[in-house]
Design a binder for this molecule. Sequence first.
Ligand SMILES: [Zn+2]
Length: 378
Amino acid sequence: MTYDDYINSTPAEYYMQECFELAKGALGRTSPNPVVGAIVLDKNGIPAGRGYHKKAGFEHAEVIAIKEAGELARGGTLIVNLEPCTHTGKTPPCTDLIIKSQIKEVIFCNHDPNPLVNKKGEKILLDNNIKVISKVLEFEGFEANKFFFKWIKTKLPWIALKQAQTLDGKIALRNKNSKWISGELARKEVHKLRNEYDAVLVGANTVETDNPKLTVRDVEDIKNARNPLRIILDPDLITKPDANVYSKSVPVILVTKSSHSEDKISNYLKYNESITVIKLPENENKKIDLKQLFSELGKKEILSVLIEAGPVLGGDLILNKLIDEYILFVSPKVFGDNDAISSLKIRPLESIDKSYNFKIFKHKTIGNDLMLSLRPFI
Ligand SMILES: [Zn+2]
């Protein structure tokens, strides 16, 4: 939150911003649940309890905050970024506890998008004479839970394409050397992103060229960091079974063509028997249908995928309009070499009005690099 935001925000908005911060600490850990943060203010408006939902199956944010507030919750206000739940899932309904604790007001951001429970929490609270204010910072709430909202509506994960390039659009020299185009702080930011996404996906060429680990190493709170699931897209099985990405330390999904024999696939399983293999048919272009892959990942309750792509995979994703976000790190240097490797390989365009257009959603400088968050114009 900026100073201006702070000065201009109402107390409800101010604490809602804090709920987002609490909630975002659990990104990549709560799937298939949303991320939720909650704050209980006592009857004088002083924070008495805070909580966030740490993981699916664990206590909901409201419960943690109300328990922490204890007696001070009576006559107080609950601020939470999602409509409190009314149904018994892995944990009891939050509305029961809110009513029992004699909270007099509930302020939330987004209604639960699940049609089975949408607005039911609000109704139960109103029926019990609890004042309800909804849609506070609604747009920011969608953003905080963009992975969840995309998945609940489409059963597809949020797809982010991440690349780092020079000013002249190059991601590696002609000898494929790409270490390092971005500065140290930008590379740190990538570790932060990996820490927030359910899965990180790379193509076979990236594995062959860089032999990456795809782990989270360089983040401030390393104790609470966790490595995302790794997804390796290797239609022709060209990657080496002992590549770093197949190590046993982190769950791995290998995605390949269904035409491969079990024998060929067993080379990978010999190295790490816990690899999950997804076999998919080739499409007319002799490629794996990425939309079908994302649908399979959605079925596995993977809500977000960060794709660290080279030019071919990146080009396919943009050409087929499959991304929700393009995260681009631009380093202010020029290779000036036509044979250096460009960030995206897409078929030739006949005219400029056929370009793939994005809007700049967010931008910030990180060290001496520019980080762009771009959203496609649909
Ligand atoms: Zn709940």
